[in-house]
Design a protein around this ligand. Structure first.
Ligand code: 2NE
Length: 272
């Protein structure tokens, strides 16, 4: 893909090409650990990809070959969350907002993982629709080791993905798992040689770009709805309203109002 870079970011890279947006955490010297600034920029980039009608699939990755993301930057962790120049007086845990944003984004998000996906970085890939791992990928949670935990998607979405016993093992023991194990456990969709990671991920993206965007949108909403409870149903209901707005039946209601006449819904079938 001939990626075109755009946006003014310090911690991330935003690129687009051939209907794909590629969002890269660019802090390789810290294994792509995130700080509040990183997350504000990711929020902006994911929003740009969602709003861009040319974009159908988003690839989320980390710079370099050593890490996808190593979670919250422990070196700038304050006493009430993560602190940096973008939020100097109050600690933030704004990765949780990004998790929700990835789930709510109606376009498929693929995590493209080389190296470590650890801690809050592991949770981010769990929140993505698909995960493609390089053969050097390493997965795990570290919370109970470093004084943290994720009791949200990081726990129950992980359990939905690998099963409760394995989710407990991952969190309670804080072990690291290789790419083959992650594949066996259903934590990733595919494992490929490191040198082929982007080529293979783009191949998956292109296959999805050939499919009906509305069908993919509805499927993402449907697959998320159960885990996301009322919030998931709310999004799915919004998509149902979108589809209804696109029908002649709904448009008759709008037109009747504008033309100051009674609506004629009689020509629409009362389906069994
Ligand atoms: C990832 C891991 C196991 C890699 O180990 P290794 O030995 O291959 O690399 P090394 O030397 O540890 O890391 C390379 C550089 O990156 C920094 C390191 O400190 C080192 O830099 P120098 O000190 O040599 O200058 N680095 C790596 N991860 C970092 C991090 N998260 N924050 C700041 N600097 C980091 C090993 O590096 C590791 O265990 N990293 C820590 C993983 C971790 O505990 N993450 C936080 C979990 S909590 C969380 O993410 C979270 C949450 O649970 C809930 C809400 C929000 C966040």
């Amino acid at each position: 893909v001939d990626w075109k870079r755009s946006g003014q970011y310090e911690d991330i890279i935003y690129e687009t090409g051939e209907g794909i947006a590629k969002i890269t955490i660019n802090r390789p010297e810290r294994h792509n650990a995130f700080r509040p600034t990183t997350l504000f920029e990711l929020k902006d980039a994911f929003n740009a990809a969602q709003e861009d009608a040319e974009v159908g699939v988003i690839i989320f990755t980390g710079a370099g070959e050593r890490a996808f993301c190593s979670g919250g930057d422990q070196k700038i962790r304050g006493d009430d969350g993560y602190v940096d120049k973008s939020t100097p007086h109050v600690g933030r845990l704004n990765v949780l907002d990004l998790q929700v944003q990835i789930r709510r984004c109606p376009k498929p998000v693929i995590a493209m993982i080389a190296g470590y996906a650890i801690g809050g970085g592991h949770v981010l890939h769990v929140c993505c629709d698909l995960s493609i791992a390089a053969d050097n990928a390493v997965f795990g949670q570290t919370g109970p080791k470093v004084g943290s935990f994720d009791g949200g998607y990081g726990s129950w979405l992980l359990a939905e993905t690998v099963g409760l016993k394995r989710a407990r093992e991952i969190w309670y023991l804080c072990r690291q798992y290789d790419a083959r194990t992650a594949l066996d456990w259903g934590l990733v969709n595919a494992v490929v040689p490191l040198a082929e990671l982007e080529t293979e991920t783009v191949k998956w993206a292109r296959e999805m770009l050939e499919k009906s965007p509305l069908a993919l949108r509805m499927l993402k909403g449907a697959l998320n709805a159960v885990t996301d409870g009322a919030a998931g149903m709310q999004q799915f209901a919004g998509d149902a309203t979108l589809l209804y707005y696109m029908s002649e039946e709904a448009q008759e209601g709008r037109d009747a109002f504008k033309e100051k006449r009674a609506p004629d819904f009689g020509r629409f079938p009362r389906r069994p």
